[in-house]
Design a protein around this ligand. Sequence first.
Ligand code: HEM
Length: 302
Amino acid sequence: MKDETAQSTPEGYNPPPRNSKQCKQDTCCIWSYVSGALTSAFRGPSGRCNKVARAAIRLGFHDAGTWSTSSGFGGADGSIALAPGEVDRPENNGLQDIVRRMKNWQRQYGVGMADLIQFAAIHAVVTCPLGPRMRVFVGRKDSNKPNPDGLLPGVNDSADKLIKLFNDKTIPPHDLTALLGAHTTSEQFFVDKSRSGAPQDGTPGVWDTLFYNQTLGTGPLPKKVFRFASDIVIANDPRARPEWESFSGPGGQSHWNDDYAHSYARLSMLGVNNMNDLTECSKVLPAAKPYFKGAGELLTNE
Ligand code: HEM
């Protein structure tokens, strides 16, 4: 019987039944079923991406980000879910629920954890209205060894410290600027607990460029918006500012979407030493939603 969670895609990929021989012969087939489950989990009733999607995007970063050119190990290896204690580090506060969901999906579909975490981070972005449909690869190796500590950024770090931290991960300021745009969907719960649930722009759950404008302080700032100190220092640093402004200006949405996709592809491969053995499964991802009523004002001018 065909699993109801599978979905056809813009390429017209219709997976064979889950337990069939044909499905087992196609590495991407099972991911189509994973994709169906994630679509249901990530989409809110209004069509925005919901808190589960947002946590999945952050989890993708926190698993992959524990790597640097001198760390020797770590990166996108699933350790945030598999290694004892890693998810309990203070910088991972709030990720426990999404890790629990990842473990359930892994049990249900029998896929690798490192791949599942990156697949979900990429799937969550395309689930958000206006989010790009990015390329997705599977075949990473899992690890249950806690990754090096101290390689994730702090919200009160200086621009110099943040830029160095990301440079050491082979991510230059331009790419950091693109990746920080993920805060267009986000909400904070632990930086200021008295403002738990406060978003980082006026349209959480929508992948628009309003975050870039509102972090710069151009235009009115809704009271509910909570800007991260780290975003403000990067936005104002000369190594990032021109790109930041370009994302926030006319034509910024497609420029940013392209750059985010490029930069996230790199992030999702940190510490992955068998890159040439991976299989591309982009064909199982759902279609992007390039329009959404109520997305950032600038969009309407593009
Ligand atoms: C300078 C680098 C970064 C810093 C300092 C930073 C810091 C933070 C902080 C403090 C939170 C709020 C956590 C909470 O209180 O609940 C957060 C949330 C989030 N971050 Fe970042 N972040 C950075 C980079 C990134 C990157 C590169 C991505 C993804 C590519 C990302 C994606 C997210 C998402 C999606 C959330 C929202 C989670 C939710 O709504 O539950 N962040 N980040």
